[in-house]
Design a protein around this ligand. Structure first.
Ligand code: ADE
Length: 253
């Protein structure tokens, strides 16, 4: 996948793909990634990229000319790419959107700054808008990096274990189970015994139960949308039985 990021701060994103799994993805050719500096496309002497809003008010607006020229240059390099502006009013990014994007050959991400971009850029240059959550950042760079990170790790061959992306939180509609590694006792806290026993089937059942419980406590909305498997129903019925026994006992006091 070819990823182009248009930004006023290319050093931020260049640092991002110089480390860890992102770097590995670049080195092994799973992605090619480049940041274009929007300021380089400003033609005036001071390379100005913002201006005051028509109609008055506080804050500045990104000027259309440098951004339009930057987008046209990016589109010449990645003609099939959607041009996605990172903005809090955009479509909400989530694992499903990440999976859709991971199948694309090219993407162009535009990082807004100031109060926003001149609205005329939406006429035929910006094709989509993405938000990473209901809060306002000072610019789109952090949001673009979150999107690139979530998308890149879904590209086949980027993560080590064959199934590590499939087991993630959200990938199967449940939050991920807890993880443990050595030592077996850390500051008095023990690893659950079932995981130490080395019985694969039992460990898998424990993990599924832990995923279900975590999802039930932290994100019951995910469970409400879910078609439960027989095994999941079985696990939740055992909680129901445990709870009934507890409540019966409480009643008898
Ligand atoms: N730019 C500023 N805030 C943002 C957000 N929440 N998501 C995406 N881009 C942004």
């Amino acid at each position: 996948m070819q990823i182009l990021v248009l930004t006023l701060f290319p050093e931020m994103v260049d640092a991002f793909w110089s480390h860890g799994i992102m770097r590995k993805a670049v080195e092994q050719g799973s992605i090619t990634a480049a940041a274009l500096n929007i300021r380089d496309f400003a033609t005036d002497r001071h390379q100005v990229t913002d201006d005051r809003p028509y109609g008055g008010g506080s804050g500045m607006v990104m000027k259309p000319e440098p951004l339009a020229a930057a987008i046209r240059t990016a589109r010449a390099r990645a003609p099939a790419a959607p041009v996605i502006l990172m903005a809090p009013q955009g479509r909400m990014f989530c694992q499903t959107v990440a999976r859709e994007m991971a199948a694309l050959p090219e993407i162009i991400l535009v990082c807004g700054r100031y109060e926003g971009v001149d609205d005329r850029l939406y006429r035929d240059l910006i094709t989509d808008e993405l938000s990473i959550g209901d809060y306002v950042l000072t610019g789109g760079e952090v949001a673009a990096m979150a999107v690139i990170d979530a998308v890149t790790r879904l590209i086949p061959g980027v993560l080590g274990g064959a199934d590590s992306a499939e087991r993630d939180s959200f990938s199967n509609g449940l939050l991920e189970h807890p993880h443990y590694t050595r030592p077996p006792v850390f500051e008095g806290a023990e690893v659950p015994e079932v995981l130490l026993a080395g019985h694969h089937r039992n460990s898998e059942r424990w993990r599924l139960a832990a995923s279900l419980m975590r999802t039930f406590v932290n994100r019951p909305d995910l469970l409400r949308q879910r078609v439960l498997t027989d095994e999941e129903i079985d696990i939740m019925r055992s909680w129901q039985d445990d709870l009934s026994r507890l409540l019966d006992k409480a009643k008898s006091y």
